[in-house]
Design a protein around this ligand. Structure first.
Ligand code: FES
Ligand code: FES
Length: 223
């Protein structure tokens, strides 16, 4: 019997871990694929009412017509079914306030409201937003009059480079919509899905406190 290399059991374990990891990732991707396919199938079934053959229409793989309700207006675009809501907003509609930073649901830079709920638009397919009411940062102001939360961000200098700011403003809007007078801890929790690499957090928390009629904290105490 050949001598066993001292590291062989360790190598075996690594191979086992790698196999399990690959399986888990594969399973995850399959699950994501299935849930996306199921969502599309649901939408296709919903849209199939007018199909006299009774067969549900197949979406894609080429571009399809997509009608969305964005900032109070109905807009129509032609995009592949795999196009994200963020891509449609930025690339098709020119609404570049929502930012693509991580592109994978980790930073909140692309946050918008979909039927009043905070959504990472990089993680939602545009076809899944059909018939929903979408609000982007561009839809908050009324003409030249900024939304009070936008005014408060300016008043408290709650930004540096500003790249994360639209996402934070949308997350703050969603938070105040659900909780008009959040505590500091509730503000931190409500904005925890957004990140600011410039470290503007304490001023952002001040802005939300002020916008909700509460005294701001002293700079540096809330970070
Ligand atoms: S770009 Fe969507 S969460 Fe980061
Ligand atoms: S202000 Fe620069 S990332 Fe937040």
């Amino acid at each position: 019997m050949p001598d066993e290399h001292p590291d062989s059991s360790c190598d075996d374990q690594k191979r086992t871990d790698a196999a399990v990891g690959a399986l888990s990732r594969r399973r995850f991707m399959q699950t994501v694929g299935l849930s996306s396919a199921a969502a599309l199938a649901d939408r296709a079934r919903a849209a199939a009412v007018a199909d006299d053959t009774g067969a549900p229409p197949i979406l894609g793989p080429g571009a399809v017509d997509i009608a969305l309700h964005v900032n109070g207006a109905t807009v129509k675009v032609k995009a592949e079914p795999a196009t994200t809501l963020l891509e449609v907003l930025r690339m098709h509609l020119g609404l570049t306030g929502s930012k693509e930073i991580c592109g994978r649901g980790a930073c909140g830079g692309c946050s918008v409201l979909v039927d009043g709920k905070l959504v990472y638009s990089c993680m939602m397919l545009a076809v899944d937003a059909i018939s929903a009411k979408i609000t982007t940062i561009e839809g908050l102001a009324e003409g030249d009059a900024l939304d009070p939360i936008q005014e408060s961000f300016i008043r408290h200098d709650a930004l540096q480079c500003g790249y994360c700011t639209p996402g934070f403003v949308m997350a703050s809007t969603a938070l105040l919509g659900e909780n008009p007078r959040p505590s500091l801890d509730e503000i931190k929790a409500g904005l925890s899905g957004n990140s600011c690499r410039c470290g503007s957090h304490s001023n952002i928390f001040n802005a939300v406190l002020d916008a909700s009629g509460q005294a701001p904290i002293h700079d540096g105490e809330g970070a």
